[in-house]
Design a protein around this ligand. Structure first.
Ligand code: AMP
Ligand code: MG
Length: 346
């Protein structure tokens, strides 16, 4: 398939991208979370092309993207009070609401569920594109299934050139991890996937909220997975990733020890850490000052490991500020739940 790569954003190119959608094609587009791969949410054949392009199992639902709060009712048949509060507070922004779906949204989009994920991206190019298409856009992340989600247009080109009809090249994603998914169909909002809008944000607006137990399932200290890597591998680079979690002094010591060992075994070692020290690794990438910085660079860093032929990678988890849950959720999966707890956490 010949992929049209759109590098200049103007009325003409947005019209062109909208036309691809109207004609039943699939288009990769930028958002503030990660790049998406979209099709008309009303067109089952087009939606099936997304699953095929990604190599993604079709029992995993897609999120429906709209350009304005005014359109929520086109996709969802009920808008509960907590949904209204969250839309007022944060839309457009990096979160997805789970709502009861309108019958016009096909099962192919929702994997047979009676609910639909609805998102209004803050990224202006995303909203211009959705407007130009004139229909809600069903989209997952624009990566090959299992690989880290794309946060830069070059990631999308690498994964989707030849698989999508068009790719819109926008800015690097600002948040860097996928949207917070909040189920608002029950009495208390439940976070199904952590992201840039935090549990505290939702509690502040709705008065109460909880995190679904599956978010970090199998990886809390008392509930370690019986078979690491079997169930949750996702966001995975080719390198063998291990998470080193604990207070900074202990994680630093452990990483130094592991890098030495791997070097002695002739392995190419990558380290992703909050520290400024490069640990003598073949590739060192700094996580930045806090988890917001870390979320922003995480998926790019995982892809850098592959670019640099890294065999083993150590990722430090030592920062516990507001985006901790969002970062942890992705890092654990990228490592197939291989975690070494050190210091007080050990
Ligand atoms: P992706 O960001 O590529 O993983 O795609 C969207 C994700 O949204 C899916 O993996 C689901 O976890 C989630 N999702 C979409 N629709 C629903 C829904 N109706 N109920 C629960 N989760 C959903
Ligand atoms: Mg994804």
């Amino acid at each position: 398939m010949k992929t049209t790569i759109i590098r200049e954003i103007n009325d003409e190119t947005m019209f062109l991208a909208g036309k691809v959608i109207k004609d039943g094609g699939i288009v990769a587009f930028p958002t503030e979370t990660v790049y998406g791969l979209g099709a008309s949410a009303y067109d089952e054949a087009a939606v099936n092309k997304i699953y095929k392009a990604k190599g993604r199992p079709s029992d995993n639902p897609l999120i429906v993207h709209i350009s304005s709060v005014d359109d929520v009712g086109k996709v969802a048949r009920e808008i509960p009070e907590n949904a209204k509060k969250l839309l007022d507070a944060f839309a457009p922004g990096p979160f997805t609401l789970i709502l009861k779906k309108q019958p016009s949204i096909p099962n192919t989009v929702t994997a047979g569920l009676d609910t639909v994920g609805v998102r209004i991206p803050a990224d202006e190019i995303a909203r211009e594109f959705i407007k130009a298409a004139g229909v809600p856009i069903a989209a997952p992340s624009a990566n090959i299934s299992g690989k880290p989600s794309p946060t830069k247009s070059e990631h999308v080109i690498l994964d989707m050139d030849g698989r999508a009809d068009a790719i819109i090249c926008g800015k690097n994603a600002e948040v860097g991890v996928e949207s917070t998914i909040i189920d608002v169909t029950g009495e208390i909002p439940v976070i199904l996937r952590p992201g840039g809008i935090t549990l505290e944000d939702v509690k502040r607006v709705c008065g109460n909220a909880e995190v679904d137990k599956n978010v970090l399932k199998g990886v809390s200290k008392n509930e370690r997975p019986k078979c690491p890597g079997m169930k949750y591998k996702h966001y995975a680079p080719d390198a063998d990733v291990t998470v080193i979690e604990g207070d900074k002094k202990a994680t630093k010591e452990k990483i130094l020890e592991l890098v030495k060992l791997a070097n002695n075994n002739g392995k190419r070692v990558g380290v992703l850490a909050a520290s400024e020290d490069d640990f003598g690794a073949d590739l060192f990438i700094s996580e930045g000052k806090n988890n917001r910085d870390f979320a922003n660079i995480l998926f790019d860093a995982l892809r850098e490991f592959d670019k640099n032929n890294i065999d083993v990678a150590y990722v430090e988890l030592s920062m516990d500020d507001s985006l901790e849950l969002a970062v942890k959720n992705r890092v654990y999966k990228s490592a197939g739940n291989k975690i070494i707890y050190v210091g007080e956490k050990a």
